[in-house]
Design a protein around this ligand. Sequence first.
Ligand SMILES: O=C(O)C1=C[C@@H](OP(=O)(O)O)[C@@H](O)[C@H](O)C1
Ligand SMILES: C=C(OP(=O)(O)O)C(=O)O
Length: 443
Amino acid sequence: MTIPSTLTARSAPALAGVVRAPGDKSISHRALILGAMASGVTDIDGLLEGDDILATARAVAALGAGVERLGPGRWRVTGHGGFKQPAGVIDCGNAGTGVRLLMGAAAGYPITVTFDGDASLRKRPMKRVTGPLADMAARLAWSGEEDRLPVTITGGRLAAINYRQTVASAQIKSAILLAGLNADGVTAVTEPEPSRDHTERMLRAFGAEVGVLPDGAGWRVTFRGGQTLTAAPVTVPGDPSSAAFPLAAALIVPGSAVTVEGVMLNPLRTGLFETWREMGADLTVSNRRTAGGEEIGDITARHSALKGVVVPPERAASMIDEYPILAATAAFADGDTVMRGIGEMRLKESDRIALMAAGLQACGVAVEEEAEGFTVTGGSKNGSVRGGAAVTTHGDHRIAMSHLILGLAAADPVTVDQPAMIATSFPGFVELMRGLGADIGSA
Ligand SMILES: O=C(O)C1=C[C@@H](OP(=O)(O)O)[C@@H](O)[C@H](O)C1
Ligand SMILES: C=C(OP(=O)(O)O)C(=O)O
């Protein structure tokens, strides 16, 4: 299959249909990593087969776990109660979650591991994780610039720490907790606001005890070292961060109604849906049920007259990856949508504030950029957006998908570069959107 160098979205007639969200990326990483740390066979159903997750699957295999693909989304990890010395460099590709959680987990074993990633991952800060790991007695060697990959970690028996985070980050929290499994004493992580709790939930599902107590507006999570992880089956729910794209398209393309089935409804992940409702979005959730220890449901979005809102900054952790698609939908709202307290957006696969501002402005949308946020001024009451731009994505999957969705409702076509990167989190995005009636193609 040849991968086109650009993709173009053109204004579509009404979108309609029922689709299934791909497996959650956060839970897929954790299922592979915890499966490799545990003893026994972890059967995973619904694993996301995106490039980030495939990199983590290769990583845990290199670290000594048995990894088999049994069928689409069905994977088996055989853990031997810990990581073994790998033969070569662990390349985590584009995945911040993959590398940060793996660094934390590896630090607890008597091995020396060099971690690396692609050009985007090499630009992202790593000291936020290696700093606390060094405090726990892991040894570090940076190959080049400090705070940037590649880095070599020598692990072993660690000392528990009491770590207070300044930003709510599930990646930092998870890395410290996974290191804490092999630390003497009780490791504690306090966060200013609650971040996604998938690691805590999965540690419990694997038989460990994790304590959680409120601490100000956030939580203090405690984890006693030396516990045993026992393999357990994992059913991966649908990813709300991916479901956001077809749902967004339905909200902005006139006449549309789209249902995404099996979407995880963990409240630490659904800030976008709350914000869209405040904007006047017609979103309904049906068939609520549980799968893999998470509440899931089918979400239907219908075309809606949206209005601009001020997004509460304390909601940021529960929708941090969703601000790009929120900004794209805000372009069709009546009035200003104000997004603040999201400086972390600048440290993702790209500087997402800068790239969304540039892309939307190129499409004729007024955007005011700030150090830690931005304001998008919607098209007007008739919701019209010009489009007609070629957007630079810097290889960021969410920047690419957000602009393609915008292009489905803009007057003129919108083109993005590096569309192959969409497979990082949402393989099959283009086919799924075409199935709903979207006009997205390589010409
Ligand atoms: O723990 C996770 O699975 C994730 C945490 C978030 O990052 P931070 O912890 O850096 O906020 C998010 O942006 C990322 O896509 C996935
Ligand atoms: C930020 C993201 O992922 P990661 O940090 O794992 O690269 C994302 O998927 O939007």
